[in-house]
Ligand binder design. Structure first.
Ligand code: CMP
Length: 138
């Protein structure tokens, strides 16, 4: 169990002006932000990040959306961070997300669902390294 995970505030949430509110909730939930930056991904970058989903029917839609505008990438620290961040995000499909979760409050659809989080410690390490250099992690 690692104390680090990786998160994204996706382009839909940034576009709607929800970045500050989401960061407030992350801090209020007891996470320490170890890395954070605003980036605008190219489609190639998004394709590389979501390569595990390349055979899925929604891959084109997903990578176009993720490169459609700025997003905020985050390295987050908390005890049992992967589960803690997934709990705060809520279910992938906002229609199934519990009250009080970020996706319940901010997500519009399963595709444009406001936030991303790693699904395992192993993927958290891979995803943090995909976006952050050592100097950018404090
Ligand atoms: P995320 O946690 O970023 O990881 C993969 C993403 O694929 C997921 O969030 C969803 O936003 C997206 N996704 C999953 N299922 C669908 C779907 N049926 N249609 C469109 N996008 C999807």
């Amino acid at each position: 169990m690692s104390n680090l995970t990786f998160g994204i505030i996706k382009p839909d949430a940034v576009r709607k002006g929800h970045t500050g509110k989401i960061i407030d909730k992350i801090l209020a939930d007891g996470f320490r932000i170890r890395g954070m930056k605003l980036i605008h991904q190219t489609i190639k970058n998004a394709e590389g990040f979501y390569a595990v989903h390349s055979e899925r029917p929604f891959f084109g839609e997903l990578t176009e959306f993720m490169s459609s505008g700025p997003c905020v990438v985050l390295a987050l620290e908390k005890e049992n961070a992967v589960k803690a961040w997934r709990d705060l995000m809520g279910a992938t499909n906002p229609a199934e997300a519990a009250e009080g979760t970020l996706r319940k409050e901010f997500a519009g659809s399963i595709g444009e669902n406001a936030v991303h989080g790693s699904d395992s410690d192993e993927n958290a390490a891979i995803e943090i390294a995909y976006f952050f250099s050592k100097l950018e992690l404090v």
